[in-house]
Structure formats: structure tokens, C-alpha cells
Write a protein that binds this ligand. Structure first.
Ligand SMILES: Cc1cc2nc3c(=O)[nH]c(=O)nc-3n(C[C@H](O)[C@H](O)[C@H](O)COP(=O)(O)O)c2cc1C
Ligand code: SF4
Length: 419
């Protein structure tokens, strides 16, 4: 089985990766043998409100990058009055260096599907979609087969497992635009429109797909749900430090001796993860970018803080999707930033002026530095643009894509000017 990512953490510490590489992902019977769909059976015997309470009490937060408490989000949709509600699994996974959702979909597809069905039951949705990045051909094939198998066993469809609950799930292929990972752009895309973010509020849990209350959750978030229902909220809160419960899948990429995927608790520091699981840096450590191309730059002193929500908030940074790109001493900061600038210039959807113009101007400035023609006034302009984009952009793309530039101005200004 090839997931294009080596699993570096130990089997005994795995919850989400427990079955990955161990069972045949194309066999629903293998999943059932491993205890699969027990969470759904338990959920269907509970009141939907109790299911939401259990998820709220577990402290599970979204794993798509924004860390929003999952139970709270579900409460909004459950409480909304509507003739139709939807649940969408966000499998767009466009953040560079991020492959965890693919590993989960291709290695253990039913875990995620079980989480979606439980979520649908809890909020009262009868229809759902898995929005998968179009390039993920194997994920699309694996999830499509898993849905067909789940329908045959009545884990999906009418009167699920003898209950009064009906739920239909379909795969939608995305076109590979970074911005379609934003939940409102993703909704527009499913509606058949150009994938551009919507103005918020209203937020999707109240006004979402075709104007109906809609939950959008990440693959990894939903994969946690069957375990929480099966084992109880208290079991989940006991994993990891207070306030940051459960496990998280981190991805090691760049100049590490052993790139791959790591499932661990939040009390680990990025340095632990690089050294313990990634066998250290290939060359001396210069910086790490955590959370994809819009992620913050971590200097050596920042790498020794645990990745709890609390500590990250104190440091005014985020671990985003959990990818850790390590840059060794040979990396040129200007080249690195130019690559990031080009990526966002290309991916900006152009709907709002700060991001459309700002990403283009930042790219031009970085090009000047690449040719050794940049000046201090270019850096002043870069900072001004970045601060305006952070405040005035319509969606998280324009707001967050400036993070690495602002961090580089703090830590590598001399090196940029000397280029
Ligand atoms: C530009 C942009 C791209 C995003 N890409 C993704 C993505 O690929 N996958 C994802 O789950 N969330 C992505 N998000 C976050 C989603 O909008 C949303 O917060 C998330 O799917 C909610 O799920 P969660 O609460 O389970 O994390 C993106 C947000 C923005 C602004
Ligand atoms: S911030 Fe960028 S990606 Fe988001 S809506 Fe504006 S132009 Fe589009």
C-alpha cells in the first residue's frame, strides 16, 4: 500500500492511524472486524443532542486549520430551523506539505464516513458531500467504493440500521483551487458556481449550501468522532494536556532526515517531533514553517514550546494544518519567500482587492530581491501591504498568506536586504 507518506509514530500511540497500513481500506468487513461502525451504532441509540454534548465535552476542535470547537459548531446547525440540512466533509487539502487527509482517506476510509454519518445524525442532516481535491484520484476511488459498501450494509441510506434516520452521501470532485478549501468557496463550488468565498456572516452552520444550515468539517476532525462516541468524552480529554485533548496528525517535510506523518498528543514541541520522529534536521536548523504556506515561521527558540492551543495563542501563532516544513542553513530566505509569493499570487481568487493586488505586488517585490535589486523601501512597502491584507482581505487566504512575510521581516530582514 502506498500512501506517499511514511508513518513515523508508534502504533501504540495511534487512534486515527490505528488501522492505516494494517487493514485493507477497500474492505468494509476488515473495518468491521477492527471494531468499525460501533460508534455509529451507539450514537443511533442516543438522543442527537446527547451526541453533540459528548462531542462538546470531549473538547474536540476542528483540524482543518481554524481550531473551532466542533460541538459548538454542531449546536448552531442543530438549533437552526430548516426543511433541509447538510453536512460536508472538507477533503480539499490544498495547503502545501499537508497530506494527512489523504492518508486517512486512502488508509481507513470508513473511519471518516462513520464520523460523517454520526455528525449528520447529531445535527439532523439527511444529505452530505465529501468534497475531495480533484488530483486525489486514489482518495476519490477509495471513498466512492467505501460509500457503496456502506450503503449495502445500511450504514448509509434509508432507515439506517433499523432507525428512522435516513442519510445519503455523495463525492464531489474539486478543481484543485487552493481557495476552494475555504468552506464558503467550497459551498459555492458544490452549487456549481465559481469557487469564491462568500461574505460572512451569515456563517454556513446557519446559511450554507443552497441557503440551508450546513456543517463543514475537516476529514481529520470527523475521523475523531466515532472514537469519541465509542469511548466517551472523558477518554478523549485524558489524551494529551488539559485544554488540548486528543491526538493530532503532524507532517514532517523539507530538510528532515526522515519525512513522514506523525500522530501524537499536543504536549509535544515541534522540536521533539523533528528530533524524535524525523531523526533531526538534515543540515543545521534555520527555521520551520508550520501549517502550510500561510503558516508562521518558527525560529529555534519557538520550536521548544508545546503545541497546545493555549501556548500557540500566547505566542500569537498557529500550527494550522499541522505540517512542519523544516529549512536547513543552506536555504535562502529570499528564494523561499519568492516561492511562497508566487504560490499565493497564483491561488488568489481575485474577488477582493487587497489580496488580488497585494499578492501580485508582494510577488513583484520578492522578484526584485531575487535579482539583487530590492531596497529597504521595498521592505517597508511589503510590510504595509501585508498589514493591510491581514486586516482587509475577504477570506483567510489573503489574511493569512502574509504571515511568513511578516515573520521573515522580524527575523531575517538583514539577510533579505543582503541578497
Ligand atoms: C483559503 C482557505 C483554504 C482552506 N483550506 C482548507 C482545506 O483544504 N481543508 C480544510 O479542512 N479546511 C480548510 N480551510 C478551513 C475551512 O474554511 C473550514 O474552517 C474547515 O473546513 C472547517 O472544518 P473543521 O472545523 O473541522 O476544521 C481553509 C480556509 C481557507 C480560508
Ligand atoms: S482574500 Fe484572496 S482568495 Fe480570499 S476572497 Fe479575497 S482575493 Fe479571493
Amino acid at each position: 500500500m502506498n500512501y506517499n507518506a511514511k508513518i513515523l509514530s508508534a502504533d501504540k500511540d495511534h487512534v486515527l492511524l490505528k488501522n492505516v497500513g494494517k487493514i485493507d481500506p477497500m474492505s468494509i468487513d476488515a473495518y468491521l472486524k477492527a471494531g468499525g461502525y460501533e460508534g455509529l451504532k451507539k450514537a443511533l441509540a442516543m438522543d442527537p443532542k446527547k451526541v453533540i454534548d459528548e462531542v462538546s465535552d470531549s473538547g474536540l476542535r476542528g483540524r482543518g486549520g481554524a481550531n473551532f470547537p466542533t460541538g459548538r459548531k454542531w449546536t448552531f446547525t442543530a438549533g437552526a430551523k430548516a426543511d433541509q440540512k447538510y453536512i460536508i466533509c472538507n477533503a480539499d487539502e490544498g495547503e502545501p506539505g499537508t497530506v494527512k487527509d489523504r492518508v486517512l482517506m486512502e488508509g481507513d476510509p470508513h473511519q471518516m464516513i462513520e464520523g460523517i454519518v454520526i455528525g449528520a445524525y447529531a445535527i439532523g442532516a439527511t444529505k452530505g458531500f465529501v468534497y475531495i481535491r480533484g488530483e486525489y484520484r486514489k482518495s476519490i476511488a477509495t471513498i466512492t467504493k467505501a460509500i457503496a459498501d456502506a450503503e449495502k450494509k445500511n450504514f448509509l441510506g434509508k432507515g439506517i440500521l433499523g432507525s428512522k434516520f435516513d442519510f445519503e452521501l455523495r463525492v464531489v470532485e474539486g478543481g484543485g483551487a487552493y481557495v476552494c478549501g475555504d468552506e464558503t468557496a467550497l459551498i459555492e463550488s458544490i452549487e456549481g458556481k465559481r469557487g469564491e468565498p462568500r461574505m460572512k456572516p451569515p456563517f454556513p452552520p446557519v446559511v450554507g449550501l443552497w441557503g440551508k444550515p450546513t456543517i463543514v468539517n475537516n476529514v481529520e476532525t470527523l475521523a475523531n468522532v466515532p472514537h469519541i462516541i465509542k469511548n466517551g468524552a472523558a477518554w478523549f480529554t485524558k489524551k494529551g494536556p488539559a485544554g488540548s485533548p486528543g491526538t493530532k496528525i503532524f507532517m514532517l517535510v523539507g530538510d528532515v532526515n526522515e519525512p513522514g506523518v506523525v500522530e501524537t498528543t499536543f504536549d509535544h514541541t515541534p522540536k521533539d517531533i523533528v528530533e524524535k520522529f524525523g531523526k533531526g534536521v538534515d543540515g543545521g536548523f534555520k527555521f520551520a514553517q508550520i501549517g502550510g504556506s500561510s503558516g508562521n515561521l518558527f525560529t529555534a527558540d519557538m520550536m521548544t514550546n508545546p503545541m497546545t492551543y493555549e501556548r500557540m495563542a500566547e505566542m500569537k501563532v498557529s500550527y494550522g494544518t499541522g505540517s512542519i516544513f523544516v529549512a536547513n542553513e543552506t536555504r535562502n530566505v529570499v528564494e523561499f519567500l519568492s516561492t511562497v509569493a508566487e504560490f499565493f499570487e497564483h491561488e488568489s481568487c481575485g474577488k477582493c482587492t487587497p489580496c488580488r493586488e497585494g499578492t501580485h505586488r508582494i510577488s513583484q517585490i520578492m522578484e526584485k530581491f531575487e535579482f539583487g535589486e530590492g531596497t529597504i523601501s521595498d521592505l517597508d512597502l511589503l510590510e504595509e501591504l501585508a498589514l493591510v491584507m491581514k486586516k482587509a482581505s475577504l477570506c483567510g487566504c489573503g489574511q493569512a498568506c502574509v504571515n511568513p512575510f511578516l515573520d521573515a521581516l522580524k527575523n531575517f530582514k538583514g539577510e533579505i536586504l543582503a541578497n
